[in-house]
Design a protein around this ligand. Sequence first.
Ligand SMILES: [Zn+2]
Ligand SMILES: [Zn+2]
Length: 384
Amino acid sequence: MPRRLHSTLSTLVQWFDADYQPEGADAVRNAPDKVDWLRCIPFIVLHLGCLGVIWTGASAFAVWTAVALYFMRMATVTGVYHRYFSHKTYTTSRPMQFVLALCGGTTVQRGPLWWAYHHRHHHQHSDGPEDAHSPHVHGFLWSHIGWITSRRNFPTDYSKVRDLDKFPELVFLNRFDAVVPVLFALGIFGLGSFLGAHAPGLHTNGWQLLVWGFFISTTALFHGTSCINSMAHLMGRRRYKTEDDSRNSFILAIVTLGEGWHNNHHRYQSSTRNGFYWWEIDITYYLLKTLSWTGLIWGLKAVPASVLEEGERSDHHDSVLAASRAQHVHPEYSSLKRIVPAAAAIAVATVNATHPVVPRRAESHEISRDPSSLSEAPLHDRGP
Ligand SMILES: [Zn+2]
Ligand SMILES: [Zn+2]
């Protein structure tokens, strides 16, 4: 069989079987970055599906369904894929773990082990040359969307998720990662068709609900989540002098239900909460805390007092420094910086993409990139 045809057929199989790697997963992962357009067709269709709104129009019910599914699934990305599968910040039973993985599949962000592997890799190499999605190394666009289309980033490295790949049910969901999304989309279409026939007052139908509830909501969910890979390393304050350039941002914390406290999280990955204080809104944490009262999950991990004290010292130091600098800052520059912080950050990242920034070194030996902090002794969570 000609090599090109073989490669095309392999890619089509990979649409359904993510672990099908005839060349070997290691060889693919070690290849240079290259967009795999054929492999990305479903991802492109996801975006193009939003244009279906031209034909289906909108209804209040469909729009609110899209909004509700965005936030429900954002909570799943953050509370399940991130804070459970990637960092094990709480404990649950095996059946509940499977239910969480099924919920994770509805986010259409590939399988739980793929997600956890890539995320742990990010923490280990954040803003270094090996980081798959650093805006400082690869530029804003690649960190936001490019990296996920790269051929080398498709295979899961199971050796990095040994705590998860011992569960065959999770490996199944990870390998056949299109199953749950397809069933989810069919479910939404079915619901819309049912309501179209039995609740005409809602003015919706199968196609309209599919466009809003699946295509628009899922595309927005992808970009909302991606803001953490791109913007959360550009926009906001750095309380902790971590080795990377992670930042804390209130705006991103709202968009992502708590993930915007990314600098806190890079400093201490094992905590269930990313917002370390009551004023650092972290909706995902509140939901997980509520879920823990049902007994379905338990063992939520808190932030150690030493990490909080370190942050308070840093905050104090920064505010003293800012007060002394304020007397010398040109007022026009100051207001410009307030108005367009995001635009300035993107511009800086784009420039830096060709001249990678040398990551800042940690000032404290306690700061670790090692995802084995998963095994750190759990601390009691005393609540908000
Ligand atoms: Zn990060
Ligand atoms: Zn993380």
